[in-house]
Design a binder for this molecule. Structure first.
Ligand SMILES: Cc1cc2nc3c(=O)[nH]c(=O)nc-3n(C[C@H](O)[C@H](O)[C@H](O)COP(=O)(O)OP(=O)(O)OC[C@H]3O[C@@H](n4cnc5c(N)ncnc54)[C@H](O)[C@@H]3O)c2cc1C
Length: 362
């Protein structure tokens, strides 16, 4: 089939690689003049990859494990680091009991055989002394998790795509779902999906998410051991962050809770209120963070239940949707491509990615 893909973010590029590997003729249209696009949610200095998903861990963890293998394959092919296995530390002021995000994740991962550990705070701070333990009750640690470097991952995927014969057209905006030289159109255009999806009344909420950056006084403190990706009370307060970025020399922190509503075309400048909230929270938790730099905004494209969307455009043959990353899709990388290719080829995909009516009001 001749397939046109709108968007060269993580959904579009991964889909292009997989569809080309299956023998299709693929063209990726990217509106931006650069790859990764300047306003793409996929463009970033780091993205967490962790198996913990609270009461949905049993569903997501096997997908994360599969995606992790696929990332390691891509890294081998690319020859430069993409996946940084620093571990993931979840800190909590709650109780270690069923119904708590950290406990539920830990229980399922233990049952699945992941090498996760649960610690009291004394153990946690003796292992990672940068964290302040006051007000916290326990931590869980997952040594298999870490972070991905999108500025390596996306060029690696683009190179793989081009090696497989994909044509990537920059400054090429798909304006409509009618593409004259394609049998199939795959819409993977992130926060701009609503330009198409309002027609079928699929609810999408785009939110502004602020990323704060710090230049630590003593950088060594944020890179030793190595410092894990971390979060504090992720389900209720949403704060998370990373260790020292090896090439940028900065520490990134953010809040996972949906920010104010935005439009895909809005500027990506910092959100001053969110910057203050992240900076004050994080400096309470981590010693020696140092100077806060100007942050930036990146947009989540949320579906009502925060699950991704992979489905056919109802009533129109040959048009498909892959997106609604809802702030957590990057880690699935090449696996998103497998789901998209299965969708286009009419194969089975996980049912909960379909645009069921009951998902509209989750
Ligand atoms: C602050 C922040 C932190 C995040 N952290 C994590 C994390 O730690 N771990 C994780 O797994 N996920 C994370 N995510 C989520 C993840 O980054 C997104 O879910 C994912 O990158 C979305 O990818 P996408 O391909 O749908 O969209 P994008 O990356 O935005 O790509 C869409 C592309 O489509 C192009 N485009 C738009 N309209 C058109 C058109 N009509 N024709 C052609 N091209 C078009 C755009 O220019 C853009 O390049 C985070 C997201 C944000 C915002």
């Amino acid at each position: 089939m001749r397939i046109a893909i709108a968007g060269a973010g993580i959904f579009g590029l991964s889909a292009s690689c997989e569809l080309a590997a299956r023998g299709h003729t693929v063209t990726v249209h990217e509106d931006d003049f650069n790859l990764p696009g300047h306003r793409a949610a996929s463009r970033d200095i780091s993205k967490a990859i962790r198996h913990e998903y609270g009461n949905e861990t049993a569903v997501y963890a096997p997908w994360v494990s599969r995606a992790r293998e696929l990332w390691i394959d891509l890294q081998r092919e690319w020859g430069k680091p993409i996946f940084h296995q620093t571990g993931f530390l979840a800190l909590s002021s709650g109780s270690f009991e069923p119904g708590q995000w950290e406990y539920d994740s830990f229980r399922v991962l233990s049952d699945l055989g992941h090498p996760v550990q649960s610690w009291d705070m004394q153990t946690a701070v003796s292992r990672f002394p940068g964290f302040k333990s006051d007000g916290l009750n326990f931590a869980t640690y997952n040594p298999d998790a870490g972070w991905l470097d999108p500025m390596q991952a996306l060029p690696a995927l683009a190179a793989r795509a081009e090696n497989r014969g994909v044509v990537i057209k920059l400054r090429s905006r798909l304006e409509s779902i009618a593409v004259h030289d394609a049998d199939v159109v795959l819409l993977a255009n992130g926060a701009w999906l609503d330009r198409f999806l309002t027609e079928i009344e699929w609810p999408i909420e785009v939110t502004r998410q602020h990323e704060a950056f710090f230049r630590p006084v003593n950088p060594v403190q944020f890179e030793k051991d190595p410092m894990p990706v971390w979060c504090v009370d992720i389900a209720s307060r949403g704060f998370y962050g990373f260790g020292l970025h090896p090439s940028e020399g900065i520490v990134k922190a953010a809040c996972h809770r949906p920010g104010p509503r935005a439009d895909a075309e809005d500027d990506r400048g910092p959100d001053v209120k969110a910057q203050q909230a992240v900076a004050s929270f994080v400096s309470e938790r981590l010693a020696g963070l140092g100077e806060a730099l100007a942050g930036r905004s990146c947009f989540y494209t949320n579906s009502p239940d925060k699950r991704f969307v992979f489905d056919a455009w109802p009533g129109k043959g040959g048009v498909f949707v892959a997106g609604c990353g809802s702030g957590h899709a990057f880690k699935f990388g090449p696996l998103l491509g497998e789901w998209a290719a299965d969708l286009v080829e009419g194969k089975e995909i996980p049912g909960w990615f379909r645009m069921h009516a009951d998902r509209r009001k989750a």
